[in-house]
Design a protein around this ligand. Structure first.
Ligand SMILES: [Zn+2]
Length: 405
């Protein structure tokens, strides 16, 4: 998501023919050559005490490109300009402001993208087709979801698939409602959402969203391919074939994960007037090596981020619980905190009021309480009970127990 609310990106898979796919790859190569040439030029300038701006670097590249790289005549010239004006300029500015290290040269194996437009409104999209310079009309898998002026188009490759990321300056008031169909939130429930590894998400309404465990499912196949790959001669035909196969599998894993995330977040956001979530300390949890893999396979922070931006788009408020809020250790009926809760226990049983419930559902209900703005509940005797922060109950332990199941 862009910071400017009127700028929206839609990334669409492309269906180029073989000629077009080859042209894509050539343009990616041209972007890399221009970037690397200008970066080398910039470095030499620094050594001589000259600061070349991106404008000067582009002019200097244009002066030599037809002699040094005569093949570039067949390419779209906005590609080299964008590589220097946008990509290199950004990299240099980030280095100058101390945000990043000095820009590196782009490697052939990692340079699978280029910016195709030559400014605002220069690319046209009609239905499921996009017209790109020097390539022509390319088929897309879906139509562009936003109305407005196309500001920027980046072509990139992921696995075996080509994509166009289209940045649109939308002129309609509320573009995302085209996708999410804004409905009246009144009459819809406040929903608490507990995320985890066993299930991706559990809502206080009792909806369970399965975790596809995409990596876990394909792990053996991936390992087998990687073993075979390591035995091939680098640069050989079979080496390239396997390299493509591995990239394709990685892409598939990403797609399975994303699909589950999109389906769950859309369903949750559409059915809620307000959402309560926990705040994850993912960086802390990843430190636990046994958990790291299962956690990154679920990529829970991406899930919560998706939930946030979709809610934001249709004005559903998301309330995040305090980091120490004991959502899984507190009884959702009486508010008593059971710090002796057995970590492997899937069922929550309250020794105070006898309330028995699925552990995750109990947590989701507690998060709903947070969203409702009353994290104080009454206990059986009618006294107000404020949940106390847990002492030294590390969230790692809780997660380790969940991962074991
Ligand atoms: Zn209780």
């Amino acid at each position: 998501m862009e910071n400017n609310p009127m700028l929206k990106t839609h990334k669409i898979a492309l269906a180029p023919n073989n000629v077009q796919a080859t042209r894509f790859a050539q343009h990616c190569g041209y972007a890399r050559v221009a970037y690397n040439h200008a970066l080398a030029d910039f470095k030499r300038g620094l050594d001589d005490g000259d600061w070349h701006s991106h404008i000067a670097l582009c002019r200097r590249f244009n002066a030599i490109k037809h002699d040094t790289y005569d093949w570039c005549k067949a390419m779209s010239q906005c590609v080299s300009k964008n590589a220097i004006y946008t990509n290199l300029n950004d990299a240099v500015s980030r280095w100058k402001s101390g945000q990043n290290r000095f820009p590196k040269f782009k490697k052939k194996s990692h340079s699978k993208s280029y910016q195709a437009d030559s400014g605002r409104g220069t690319i046209s999209v009609v239905g499921k087709r996009i017209k790109l310079p020097k390539i022509g009309w390319v088929r897309m898998f879906e139509t562009l979801r936003y109305l407005g002026t196309i500001c920027k188009v980046v072509i990139s490759k992921q696995g075996h698939r080509w994509f166009a990321s289209i940045l649109v300056d939308t002129f309609v008031d509320d573009p995302i409602s085209l996708v999410l169909e804004r409905t009246d939130p009144r009459g819809k429930p406040v929903v608490g959402v507990d995320v985890g590894i066993k299930h991706l998400a559990i809502t206080s309404e009792g909806h369970y969203f399965a975790n596809p465990k995409a990596l876990h499912r394909h792990e053996r196949k991936l390992k087998r391919l990687q073993r075979r790959f390591s035995r091939k001669v680098k640069g050989s035909r079979n080496w390239y074939k396997l390299k493509d196969k591995i990239a394709k599998l990685h892409y598939r894993i990403t797609c399975i994960r994303k699909d589950a995330h999109h389906k769950a977040t859309t369903a949750i956001v559409k059915g809620a007037s307000r959402i309560g979530i926990e705040s994850l300390n993912v960086a802390g949890m990843i430190k636990n090596h046994r958990l790291a893999k299962a956690l990154s396979d679920a990529s829970l922070s991406t899930f919560l981020e998706m939930l946030r931006y979709k809610s934001d788009a249709i004005d559903v408020k998301v309330v995040e619980a305090d980091r120490f809020y004991p959502s899984s250790k507190m009884c959702s009926a009486c508010g008593v905190i059971d710090s002796d809760l057995s970590l492997s226990d899937r069922t929550y049983h309250c020794s105070d009021c006898g309330h028995t419930q699925d552990r995750d559902l109990n947590a989701a209900i507690n998060l709903r309480t947070v969203a409702e703005g009353r994290s104080e509940t009454q206990n059986a005797c009618g006294d107000l009970v404020s949940p106390q922060p847990l002492r030294h109950e590390s969230s790692n332990q809780v997660w380790a127990a969940i991962a074991r199941q």
